[in-house]
Design a protein around this ligand. Structure first.
Ligand code: AMP
Ligand code: ZN
Length: 462
């Protein structure tokens, strides 16, 4: 059973969906290459999705593409492209990185620009229920005062709202201040301005475009309904984005937006959030150009617990590459054992001898503990243990790492003969000769694994 920390209750709780597990993840804003900070969040969601599958929870995973907002409009204009050509380019770049990093594609990947009618309908509902109003500039605003539980997710003090709104990324321009009744109110529909160029849609309130928050409310409810099982994003989304999503979805339907909220802490550089605006970002391409594989990047990004910030360093990436190499060595040894050794038993359970890895993942997605358990199990495992390869396959699937291909290894006759001589020396109790023969084998790049009824010769990896 998976347990997870629920931001809404501040407690670790079991994940127990009634039917298919409805899982919504706020997706990327496609105005440039996603950085590895973004991917920390998407990768942790991916490990969680894989674990949900392995636990039989049948996740229905929806992750949107934000292809219209201030940043995408500005980017398209600066590159003198249409919004759709511009965002299509960055969506493809995102998908290519996702594939390289081994992220499973979500079951539904809705684009904001393809859901404008749903957003308009939702705004109309909010107007009807008195939760929204037409502002001085013709834009439609959500009336925060009309949603009494506003701030419940981030436990905002309502009197602190004004300062919070001013300090957030989405802080209104001072010029906008007079268009809304209260500074904490946020735009659901932004009336057309000349600087939007060709980007606008017709609505009952005139030309304009949706606000960022309404995009997620409309798309999540279309595909997952209200009261979805789990809603996820980076911790920066908790306020104001998720708070606003709750206000919109609950304000319009009267039903809870989501049962649980999963927020992952940031990837940092020298104690600061990795972000495009701070200029401290790395993309997958940057790291590949330095010789790191996407699997090493993936390993490094999932190696910290999701509730703790993770500091990005090249040493950590180097260590990840080394750990993967060691893992690959273990897998190759077991693959070779399966080829040459006595036939193993059928696995009794999908995780085989790696139950501790399974337990750690189920325990609030403790990926560092799971990786530790993986190595300690491998280092203490009896070579003849059953279900090792099948268990490793499950572990690799859960972590989203590519399973190394089996290499066919031919043991040269003279090596086989040395190993045979060593085995016989050992059986006779001549341990000095057995040891020296083992050293000779090792020097030639081979090792032996003994079992109850014989030995197997394995190539030393790496
Ligand atoms: P964006 O493309 O800016 O909408 O962000 C996509 C996702 O990346 C969101 O869930 C953000 O919370 C997340 N995110 C942004 N920066 C970081 C970071 N430095 N570390 C982890 N997640 C991040
Ligand atoms: Zn969202």
């Amino acid at each position: 059973m998976i347990t997870l920390y629920n931001t809404a209750t501040r407690a670790v709780e079991p994940l127990r969906p009634e039917g298919r597990l409805r899982f919504y993840c706020c997706g990327p804003t496609v105005y440039g290459p996603a950085h590895i900070g973004n991917f920390r969040t998407f990768l942790l969601q991916d490990v969680l999705r894989r674990l949900m599958e392995l636990e039989g929870l049948e996740p229905l995973h929806v992750r949107n593409i934000t292809d219209v907002d201030d940043k995408t409009i500005r980017g398209a204009q600066e590159s003198q492209q249409s919004l759709s050509a511009f965002t299509q380019k960055w969506t493809q770049s995102f998908e290519a990185d996702c594939q390289a990093l081994g992220l499973l594609p979500p079951h539904v990947e809705p684009k904001a620009t393809e859901h404008i009618p749903e957003m308009i309908a939702l705004i109309a509902q909010l107007l009807e229920r008195g939760k929204a109003y037409v502002g001085g500039d013709g834009s439609i605003y959500f009336r925060v005062k009309a949603f009494l539980s506003y701030g419940k997710l981030s436990r905002l003090n309502r009197s602190a709202l004004q300062t919070q709104a001013e300090n957030s990324d989405q802080a209104p321009n001072l010029a906008d201040e007079y268009d809304r009744d209260c500074i904490a109110d946020f735009a659901l529909w932004k009336a057309y301005k000349a600087e939007d160029g060709a980007v606008f849609w017709e609505s009952p309130w005139g030309r304009g475009r949706p606000g960022w928050h309404i995009e997620c409310s409309a798309m999540s409810m279309k595909y997952l309904g209200t009261n979805m099982d789990l809603h996820a994003g980076g911790i920066d989304l908790c306020f104001p984005h998720h708070e606003n999503e709750i206000a919109q979805s609950e304000g319009a339907t009267g039903q809870p937006c989501a049962q649980k909220w999963f927020h992952s802490a940031h990837l940092q550089v020298d104690g600061q959030k990795m972000s495009k605006s701070l200029g401290n970002k790395y993309t997958l391409e940057d790291l590949q150009a330095k010789g790191y594989t996407p699997d090493a990047v993936r390993y490094a990004l999932i190696s910290g617990h999701y509730r703790q910030p993770l500091n990005f360093t090249f040493e950590a990436l180097q260590a990840a590459q080394g750990a993967l190499k060691r893992l690959e060595g273990h897998v190759h040894s077991y693959q070779q054992l399966a080829q040459t050794g006595p036939t193993g038993h059928e696995p009794s359970a999908p995780w085989g001898p790696f139950e501790a890895v399974h337990e750690a993942l189920c325990e609030d997605l403790n990926t560092p503990k799971a990786l530790g358990a993986l190595f300690s199990t491998l280092n203490t495992l009896d070579a003849q243990a059953s279900g090792v390869l099948a268990g490793l396959k499950t572990v690799f699937y859960a972590l989203g790492l590519r399973f190394p291909k089996a290499e066919s290894v031919v043991v040269p006759a003279e090596i086989q003969a040395l190993a045979q001589a060593r085995w016989e020396a050992k059986l006779k109790g001549d341990f000095a000769s057995a040891d020296s023969l083992r050293q000779q084998l090792l020097a030639a790049g081979w090792k032996v694994k003994d079992g109850p009824s014989g030995f197997t010769v394995l190539a030393v990896q790496g």
